[in-house]
Design a protein around this ligand. Structure first.
Ligand code: ADP
Length: 169
């Protein structure tokens, strides 16, 4: 008799919390891996309080890279970019959290590392735009499409982190 309202309240609370959760696609490009920056990059997302829900290492084919960067196919650097992305191991990840898409882009910094602020991943760890070590989705739709392109649904792990009550109010 007394547990029902409590359970319903808790469920509502959980649902509200879950509804605010976003997911974004983050990839460490071949230069990041080759330079031994994988842990450094993951660390920045992890210590912020974002939650890792999928991760894998793969060498994407050039065709796959072309799909990923399809919106840039008219750019002069498109071919070189796809060649580069498929030139070595990529660490593909999905990170979850409130505002993770927009804030993830802040952690990453501007596209051109020369214009990235110090304190950002590209600002601290990269020098030129053609070797800017990391990719992050730039919006909700892009994030959904990129997650679907790189991951199968069963590769995304839903779990409750014990730290969540200390990260979210
Ligand atoms: P971001 O990765 O910051 O979302 P874009 O979507 O505009 O930036 O570009 C995708 C990637 O293409 C960049 O991360 C960078 O690796 C590459 N790129 C962008 N502009 C140039 C350029 N002018 N010359 C070479 N490579 C570029």
């Amino acid at each position: 008799v007394f547990t029902l309202p409590v359970a319903a309240y808790m469920l509502q609370d959980q649902e509200a919390h879950a509804a605010e959760m976003e997911r974004t696609f983050i990839a460490i490009k071949p230069d990041g891996g080759q330079r031994g920056l994988v842990a450094e990059i993951i660390c920045r997302f992890e210590r912020k309080g974002f939650k890792l829900v999928a991760i894998k290492m793969l060498v994407p084919s050039k065709e796959f890279a072309q799909k990923h960067y399809d919106d840039l196919k008219e750019k002069p650097f498109f071919d070189g970019l796809c060649e580069f992305l498929s030139s070595g191991p990529v660490i593909a990840m999905v990170w979850e959290g409130e505002g993770v898409i927009k804030y993830g882009r802040k952690l990453i910094g501007a596209t051109d590392p020369q214009k990235s602020e110090p304190g950002t991943i590209r600002g601290d760890l990269a020098v030129v735009v053609g070797r800017n070590i990391i990719h992050g989705s730039d919006g909700l739709e892009t994030a959904k499409n990129e997650i679907n392109l790189w991951f199968q649904p069963q590769e995304l792990v839903s779990y409750t982190s014990n730290a969540e009550n200390w990260i979210y109010a």
